[in-house]
Design a protein. Structure first.
Length: 302
């Protein structure tokens, strides 16, 4: 039975998915570091006072251990991931980026094998195989039709590696903070990291091109694609199985593709559809084993 946590996790995946085609338009005009600093700044302005009001905790009082955890989480899961994602959008289509981004569960499996020494059972190997197949299908037959190239592919792979390392890091070093305070801390540090280069790009940027549409996209990405997805994830993840959070990644390329096709007139090729199907299968297979183990554990505990 679905609870509020399931709804939150699905909603964050939808919000992130629909943001990919939108932000592609933004970074075609606004320099990436400047855009990133602006959106992180907006998230900070909203989250810091909100977290103080809801949780009653000052960021200066969260402790050294939590501060180090937030710093690493910000660097891997927010700053580097966002920068590689946005630069990847300058060289690839929104559909390609969404599909590659959804390979995160499979890449996490691979990195967990090398870093955490977790075993690779046949379900995990099969999931990785489907994930690799989706990228091959998309790039050999479909990506070129959308203007994608090897640079975009490499940048997106780096983005996925960063967020996968973030998940692996989170397994070893948990941050014990309420969701609102944790989210506020993430974006405060992320804003500080990106601000210097953002200011540098701001001096050479032609601000006269910033019309209402671009400002709306900046504010949407800061709130709807950055702040809300992270906050909803931290709130919802405690109420759902980890397997459901992984499977929800399948929503991202579907939502992104629908927006790209319906509102940005992106031509959907057969290869795109096949890549979407393969990546969804990969996510479901990669999380199926974890769900089975969790079910067996719950039965044994009873």
């Amino acid at each position: 039975m679905m609870n509020r946590g399931h709804i939150f996790i699905i909603l964050q995946a939808v919000l992130f998915g629909i943001s990919i085609p939108i932000v592609q338009v933004s970074v075609a005009t606004i320099p990436v570091w400047l855009f990133t600093a602006m959106t992180f700044g907006i998230a900070c302005i909203v989250m810091v006072p909100l977290a103080r009001h809801v949780d009653g905790i000052k960021l200066t009082d969260i402790g050294r251990k939590n501060m180090v955890g937030i710093l690493m989480s910000s660097l891997l899961g927010v700053v580097l991931y966002t920068l590689f994602l946005l630069y990847g959008l300058k060289y690839s289509s929104a559909v390609s980026v969404a599909v590659i981004n959804s390979l995160t569960p499979a890449v996490t499996l691979i990195l967990s094998f090398f870093i955490l020494r977790e075993s690779l059972i046949w379900q995990k190997v099969l999931a990785i195989g489907f994930a690799v197949a989706s990228v091959l299908v998309m790039n050999v037959n479909g990506a070129s039709s959308h203007g994608g190239n090897i640079i975009g592919l490499l940048l997106m792979i780096l983005a996925v590696v960063c967020v996968s390392l973030f998940f692996i890091y989170a397994k070893r070093f948990s941050v014990e903070l309420p969701p609102f305070t944790l989210t506020a801390g993430l974006f405060t540090i992320s804003f500080i990291i990106t601000l210097p280069i953002g200011i540098y790009q701001a001096f050479s940027f032609n601000w006269s091109v910033m019309n209402f549409s671009l400002w709306a996209q900046v504010f949407y990405y800061g709130i709807g694609a950055i702040l809300l997805p992270y906050l909803l994830t931290y709130i919802g993840i405690t109420q759902v199985p980890a397997s459901f959070a992984g499977i929800s990644m399948a929503v991202v390329p579907v939502a992104s593709t629908l927006v790209a096709v319906l509102f940005y007139h992106t031509a959907l090729k057969v290869a795109d559809v096949l890549a979407l199907i393969l990546v969804i299968i990969s996510i479901v297979v990669s999380e199926a084993r974890r769900k089975a183990i969790q079910t067996q554990t719950e039965v044994l505990e009873k």
